[in-house]
Design a protein around this ligand. Sequence first.
Ligand code: AHZ
Length: 308
Amino acid sequence: EVVEPTTLPHKGGVPVGNGKLAAAGGVAQLGEGGWKDFSFEGIRESQVARAMSRRYFKDLDTYAESDIVIVGAGSCGLSTAYTLAKARPDLKIAIIEASVSPGGGAWLGGQLFSAMVMRKPADKFLTDLGVPFEDEGPYVVVKHAALFTSTLLSKVLAFPNVKLFNATSVEDLITRRDESGNIRIAGVVTNWTLVAMHHDDQSCMDPSTINAPVIISTTGHDGPFGAFSAKRLVSMQALEKLGGMRGLDMNTAEDAIVKGTREIVPGLIVGGMELSEVDGANRMGPTFGAMALSGVKAAEEALAVFDQ
Ligand code: AHZ
């Protein structure tokens, strides 16, 4: 039952302020009469609960069959989502991010510094995105990594064909076998991360699923959560072994990650630093151009799978 705000004790008053912000334009209505009589429109608590839960469960229903699932919303996963959603508004794209906060390691530069470095030609991605940078010749610098990540995130989330399920982990991969017995990845197995963290001390917390013809895994290098799909492929014997990320070498690492971004087993594309664990590629440390351009390549690889 929907309760009309007019039946509520606090009927919304006209917002009024002290006029100091009137020049700012958007809040001009707040500029008359002072804050004494200020009041929000009335609401019942159940309206808030229903506004959120109805949409979330509709999204779960809509995206249970997706066209593309991106696992991990770090700099590579978000760059992938941006490129795909912009190119193909007809595709349904689900992003699954284990953490409450999307963005992975891209909220800061190296060693908790602020600025983000990208080597050219990744400046083209920044220009397309509308993120300003300082041009230092062979590389560019965004004044704060959070400016890159928040801009990318805001654009990705604004696409009507993208849904981000954060605080949600991919726990497993859905597999099929073709006539020759070869494995194809056909979706992901998900659970709320807080549930996934308690499998050892609670029972009967079975997961949910999303079917999709293309999965793009960008879960970062190995760590408590990272390299998820790569490690799972090894344990299910779809990949012989992990190459193991090698030491830091910016020049070789960035080229290798971009060029190596590809479909590892049918239906599963791996990009970003997760790929270093598959291929035994070097790490690049705090230079993020390869993450953006691996995202672009992952998007292209995904569309190629689609066009087959
Ligand atoms: O929370 C993880 C992070 O946001 C998420 N993730 C990991 N496992 C997951 C799972 N289900 C859902 N099972 C999962 N989400 O994946 C995201 C990975 O982001 P990231 O920033 O770690 O990886 P990236 O490849 O996008 O960027 C790597 C950035 C690095 S690491 C590095 C170095 O170590 O030298 N250099 C750069 C530029």
